[in-house]
Design a binder for this molecule. Structure first.
Ligand code: FMN
Length: 165
């Protein structure tokens, strides 16, 4: 029987840098991953969903499936969430799952899967106390953070490599 390939969920949220997620798809595919891109509803405004569906071979889902219908994506083995807004970051740490990416982040973190996150926000947003607490809690709960400075591009290769650490 053919071995099942590892599945990476590339979650993108509504921040600059999301438009380059195709670079992560290419890097991960070259590293032997099947990749599914899962944007937040706001994240869809930053990306070319048709191009990413063609590149990955999977539909680019940003909303929950209809009840009673089949899952369209294979289950994940690992997650990279980048760029990560402070909105999704704070809600994730609070266990809120009111978007598809949030529900997946809560579930995969709870399951102990490897999850790498690259917060992308202004320095002042990242200093907001609830955001500071969310970062600290999620790190304690096993999330691997790749921190960048305001204005930096998303370091896709570093994020991918952090899955192996
Ligand atoms: C052009 C643009 C760039 C944005 N960049 C960021 C960002 O870098 N970080 C951030 O936290 N929010 C950013 N936002 C705001 C988020 O899109 C907004 O908070 C949204 O509610 C996030 O929803 P999501 O977390 O479900 O994707 C940006 C908005 C726009 C229109």
């Amino acid at each position: 029987m053919a071995e099942r390939m590892r599945v990476l969920y590339a979650i993108v949220t509504g921040a600059s840098g999301a438009e380059t997620v195709g670079e992560l798809v290419a890097l991960a595919q070259a590293d032997g991953w099947e990749v599914c891109v899962v944007p937040s509803p706001n994240g869809t405004r930053f990306i070319d969903t048709e191009a990413l569906a063609a590149q990955t071979g999977y539909p680019v889902r940003s909303t929950f499936k209809e009840p009673g219908t089949e899952d369209l994506l294979p289950p994940p083995d690992a997650v990279v969430v980048a760029p990560l807004t402070t909105n999704t970051l704070a809600k994730w740490a609070a266990g809120i799952g009111d978007t598809l990416p949030l529900a997946l982040l809560v579930e995969t973190t709870g399951a102990g899967l490897p999850v790498v996150a690259v917060p992308h926000a202004r320095a002042a947003q990242l200093k907001f106390p609830a955001v500071v607490t969310a970062l600290s809690n999620l790190a304690e709960w096993g999330v691997r953070f790749v921190h960048i400075s305001e204005g930096d591009a998303v370091p896709w290769m570093t994020a991918l490599k952090a899955l192996d650490q």
